[in-house]
Design a protein around this ligand. Structure first.
Ligand SMILES: [Zn+2]
Length: 445
């Protein structure tokens, strides 16, 4: 390896660096890390990426992640030879990200009050484990393989555990999934069980399970694949790559995501910072993050709803005390994140600082929506012939809200990310059996 890729602390005043084969997920002062590249990729690669859509028998061209491998080349591969690539890159036979691209959905556009040809929605649920997590898991497990890890570890009650366990099964690695004991319906973990993960029950809440998993990863030779892992972020950069490539590398006006742990916001922002710095895009799209009303940490802090101060990245000097005060306030008042959209039921977003950096770079906004609004949006997506999970409904619901506030214009070009597939069938059944719901089609008989 030529040390063209390395890890660097995101805090500009700290800036500690580590070799790419380090398994640190934070610097020794406790800050998050970025994967950095010394070389500037040539814009000529755009044509190569396009040509790889005809994969010519190479699964790494078929993969929606590894098709862009030169832009996340932390393994420093310098060949297109499939066998050589497969020594390093982890792929589910090219399936991760393969079917992901933006679509027009006319009924959704009408509901949102947008011009039909301006709205794009990109379903990431068409990944093999059913959510966007496969994008980042393929890269995280690639790094795990690079450093010789045999066991990957995550704390998760849903999509992350499914993706981690699936890749582990394919790579013949062990996978431990940490959950708070007695709080998780076993059905939510059915994919993790099916892919052979070891479920580890931890006394306490989800934060305790995550803390224990990070601890065990450090002390028991495990490899953490939660989104604090900077290599997860690298794979997730391909979500905006695919969207922008589909628009012939013309930036949309907006990219809209549901907001949970902020891994997606972090990766989208990093992708845009790099593309802009490399001169691949001329315009920076604005990111809109849509959180649930019941898990509104980022909304409250970003919009000055707590202590009257607007939390910003502030060129690398965010007011972290404000965040701590907010968490103390939540604890003192017994406020727990509460939404049926469990994928974004997160009170303490692990990547909040990287998320703030993304929002600052893109002049982003944060909005919040109710469970009812997410369910309506999920349902209208369904009436276009696409299924998505309730948390994904935050994207269209948030676009609708921001159009109502005239922050998004109806002829802005908007790409909304639908993060996952419907895995809780009762949500759709219950929705349609209640005639009071906006798009309900109750059974007849
Ligand atoms: Zn640092």
């Amino acid at each position: 390896m030529n040390n063209n890729a390395y890890l660097k602390c995101i805090d500009p005043d700290c800036g500690l660096e580590y070799p790419i084969k380090s398994r640190n997920i934070e610097c020794e002062r406790g800050h998050l890390l970025d994967v950095k590249y010394k070389k500037t990729p040539s814009p000529d690669l755009k044509e190569l990426f396009y040509n790889r859509r005809n994969p010519q028998g190479n699964i790494f061209n078929e993969s929606g992640v590894w098709r862009f491998r030169e832009l996340l080349n932390f393994c420093e591969i310098d060949t297109d030879n499939k066998d050589e690539c497969s020594k390093y890159l982890v792929s589910l036979d090219g399936a991760e990200g393969r079917q992901s691209k933006p679509y027009h959905m006319s009924k959704v556009a009408d509901f949102l009050g947008m011009n039909q040809n301006c709205l794009w929605l990109q379903p990431e649920g068409y990944n093999p484990s059913g959510s966007f997590k496969d994008n980042g898991m393929s890269t995280a497990v690639t790094h795990a393989k690079l450093i010789g890890a045999k066991r990957i570890i995550c704390a998760s009650t849903g999509n992350t555990s499914a993706a981690a366990a699936m890749f582990a099964a394919n790579e013949n690695m062990d996978c431990d999934v940490y959950i708070p004991a007695g709080q998780i319906a076993p059905g939510k973990l059915s994919q993790a069980y099916q892919f052979g993960a070891q479920i580890v029950q931890v006394k306490g809440n989800f934060d305790d399970a995550l803390a224990k998993s990070l601890d065990d990863a450090k002390n028991q030779d495990g490899y953490t694949v939660n989104s604090v892992n900077p290599f997860r972020i690298e794979g997730q950069k391909t979500i905006p790559y695919r969207a922008i490539e589909y628009l012939n590398w013309n930036s949309p006006d907006w990219i809209v995501y549901p907001g949970g742990a902020m891994g997606n916001i972090s990766s989208c922002g990093k992708a845009l910072m790099e593309l802009y710095e490399w001169g691949w895009i001329k315009k920076i799209p604005r990111i809109a993050v849509i959180v649930s009303e019941g898990a509104s940490t980022l909304y409250d802090l970003y919009n000055g709803k707590f202590e009257g101060k607007k939390l910003r990245w502030n060129k690398g000097k965010p007011d972290t005390e404000l965040i701590e005060n907010y968490y103390t306030y939540l604890d003192r008042n017994g406020i727990r994140p509460q939404t049926k959209a469990t994928a974004i039921q997160i009170g303490r977003p692990a990547n909040i600082l990287k998320g703030l950096r993304s929002l600052e770079f893109t002049n982003g906004v944060v909005a919040k929506v109710s469970d009812a609004e997410m369910l309506d949006a999920m349902s209208i997506v369904g009436l276009n012939g696409f299924d998505c999970e309730m948390a994904s409904g935050a994207s269209p619901a948030g676009i609708r809200k921001l159009i109502g506030e005239e922050i998004i214009k109806k002829d802005d070009v908007v790409v909304g990310i639908l993060t996952g597939r419907q895995k809780d069938s009762s949500l759709a059944v219950d929705y349609h059996n209640d005639p009071a719901n906006l798009f309900a089609i109750p059974p007849r008989g």
